[in-house]
Design a protein around this ligand. Structure first.
Ligand code: BDP
Length: 643
């Protein structure tokens, strides 16, 4: 009986993960928007919720909780969606729960949607961590493996067959992590009966953030005509003052759709149009998409309207914002629109009090405002894909993004096997499929700090990087290493070397005087071996807000500042050569699992978890604006007043 409980849940998950990798990705995952032919109904809000606390975590399936109202099979509580469930209640069992939780909501579907058989009704979940199953009126409609990307199901048939309105949506979510999930984890059973009760198990992971779970992004119903635009891919370039937008539209439900594509400028003026599902639009006097602080008119977006008319005369309309820009990497530079770009930015987390990793507009806008206040021109979606709304915002404000997949904590050699690799490739496909059209996304990061010195890592990363390039040849690919340059087996395959190091923190704690020497050595070794541009993709120190000491001591705000200053001195030398960016770890304090090196979470934020600045935030603000003044063209409204 030792292998009960979550181990079986883990096995169930494992099997699902296998299924997930067997299925090739089908179709697109366009962000749901309204248009003359499409409607969107947000069904987020309060859902009924129950965690399956049975020892096997399997009671919900045995008793088929999806068959009828959840309240009829046991007690339910209110659970907000989107939100992590962990910090919502006063119950420690919910905070640390591992296994299946059940969500349910009754939703009215407009009867004209159901009556009009030409309407396709789609149920979409922005993300749910980690493995999800969905039922509508007791009928299973889909399942999905992976915690940070959207999934959806055409539920028109089920709604028309079951004709129950309001319809009952049931979503079961399992947060168990196994050696083959991304991120990976293991379930460990504690079998010493003198210390642990029967069936006791823990979830082990190798990453430094709380494994928040639940339905993290909006749940939507949306419609399209039966013959509909399923996917759009754009790639952009320019020559002199002519912008070129190549497009590829895929339409489902019609064998010979008539496709028309129109590109409009800000003022609504049509600047180019074409007929057909593939083609190239030419834009004269192009306004390029430029990053924030690099140009006086940053983040210019055109609007691309796609119309697809089927044989029966029904037309589907979808509008995609399009930024025209190019990305190139040389052995020393990162070029956006052929001009050198220096990343002065942050690493973030989707993390906040109470809601955990749940999407929250006030937080998203506050974070954007803080980044702009600080002169941040870029961020990395450490350590997983963020909500697409965040990318859209970055498109509109010119913030550059390194888009990272959830390949974090790959430390166990068993997670470099074929099953893991196949799943990792699928996740990259899902990520590229979702984010390929965002001008803000300039690079893919396939992993963070994997055990890249282990023998399987070389082949693993060769495959992963080349597969990602085959999905999108327009962007460079990297992974983030903390390995020693001489032992890193994946570096030959990436376009940009991204290095994390914590000098005077995890190494030689307290000795900030060593940073200069050690950091210079770090850069020279990496560049000497690979001749590729380098980003310092993480550096930093914990600072407990309000703790002070002079001379600086670890964990004080002064120490955090001193560490940053010492790094900056070296960056200022090396950015004249081959260092192309610096991303502080971390934008804000964030929650981790409980352990002896964390005091209620990781305190390396330059803002607190509540987004109040520590001393380091002011230091970085001054620096980033100074760099922007030196390297960019600032609009007059954006000049930092102190400089
Ligand atoms: C880095 C990890 C990051 C951690 C950070 C730290 O990439 O996830 O939070 O260390 O320890 O190695 O603060």
């Amino acid at each position: 009986m030792g292998s009960s409980g979550a181990e079986r849940a883990a096995k169930r998950l494992f099997l699902a993960a296998l299924c997930g990798v067997c299925q090739a990705l089908q179709g697109g995952i366009l962000f749901p928007t309204e248009s003359p032919s499409r409607e969107v109904k947000d069904v987020s809000g309060l859902w009924s919720f129950r965690a399956d606390l049975s020892p096997e975590r399997s009671r919900g399936f045995e008793q088929q909780w999806f068959k009828g109202p959840l309240a009829e099979t046991g007690p339910v509580i209110d659970m907000p969606v989107p939100s992590s469930y962990n910090d919502i209640t006063q119950d420690g069992k919910i905070q640390d729960f591992i296994g299946w939780v059940w969500y349910e909501k009754d939703v009215w579907v407009p009867s004209r949607w159901i009556q009009d058989r030409g309407t396709r009704i789609v149920l979409r979940v922005g993300s749910a961590h980690y493995y999800s199953m969905l039922w509508v009126n007791g009928v299973k409609v889909t399942e999905h493996v992976g915690g940070h990307l959207p999934f959806e199901a055409d539920i028109s048939g089920v709604l028309r067959q079951t004709s129950v309105n309001p319809c009952r949506i049931t979503i079961a979510v399992n947060n168990t992590l196994t050696l083959e999930t991304l991120p990976p984890g293991t379930i460990q059973y504690m079998n010493d009966r003198t210390r642990y009760p029967a069936g006791y198990f823990v979830q082990n992971t190798n990453f430094d953030f709380f494994n928040y779970a639940g339905i993290h992004r909006s749940v939507l119903l949306y419609t399209t005509p039966q013959a509909h635009i399923d996917d759009i891919t754009v790639e952009t370039t320019f020559s002199d003052n002519i912008g070129l937008v190549s497009f590829n539209v895929s339409v489902l439900g019609s064998s010979k759709p008539a496709v028309k594509v129109t590109l409009s400028a800000h003022d609504g003026r049509c600047v180019a149009s074409a007929d057909g599902s593939r083609g190239v639009l030419k834009v004269t006097d192009v306004n390029l998409w430029w990053p924030y602080l690099m140009h006086e008119n940053p983040a210019y977006l055109y609007s691309m309207e796609v119309q697809a008319t089927a044989e029966d005369g029904q037309t589907d309309v979808y509008t995609l914002p399009v930024g025209i820009r190019t990305i190139k990497v040389t052995n020393k530079q990162f070029l956006i629109n052929n001009k050198p770009f220096y990343f002065h930015g942050v690493n973030k987390h989707e993390d906040a009090d109470i809601r955990g990793k749940g999407f929250d507009w006030p937080l998203v806008v506050k974070d954007l405002n803080l980044m702009k206040w600080m002169g941040v021109n870029s961020f990395r979606t450490s350590h997983y894909p963020y909500a697409e709304e965040i990318l859209q915002m970055a498109d509109r404000h010119g913030i550059v993004i390194i888009d990272e997949c959830p390949g974090v904590g790959i430390k166990d050699i068993r997670s470099f096997g074929n099953v893991s690799l196949a799943h990792h490739l699928t996740v990259m496909e899902e990520l590229v499929r979702r984010d390929k059209n965002h001008p803000s996304v300039v690079m893919w990061s396939v992993a963070n700090e994997p055990a890249s010195e282990m023998p399987p890592a070389g082949l693993y990363f060769k495959e992963l990087v080349s597969h990602t390039k085959s999905l999108d040849s327009s962007r460079p690919v990297t992974y983030i290493t903390a390995s020693n340059y001489a032992r890193d087996l994946g570096a030959p395959y990436v376009d940009v070397i991204c290095v994390n190091s914590y000098l005077s923190w995890y190494h030689d704690p307290g000795h900030t005087e060593l940073i200069s020497l050690q950091l210079n050595t770090q850069f020279d070794n990496w560049y000497g071996k690979y001749q590729k541009p380098i980003i310092q993709s993480e550096y930093g120190a914990d600072a407990v807000p309000g703790l002070h000491s002079d001379p600086p001591m670890m964990f004080t705000e002064e120490y955090q500042k001193t560490v940053l200053q010492n790094y900056h001195n070296v960056f200022d030398q090396k950015r004249k050569e081959f260092v192309i960016g610096e991303l502080i770890w971390n934008f804000a304090d964030f929650m981790t699992s409980q352990n002896i090196i964390r005091v209620v979470g990781n305190k390396k934020g330059i803002f607190t978890r509540q987004r109040q600045p520590k001393a380091g935030a002011f230091l970085l603000r001054e620096r980033y604006w100074r760099i922007a003044n030196e390297t960019g063209v600032l609009p007059t409204w954006a000049r930092y007043p102190c400089l």
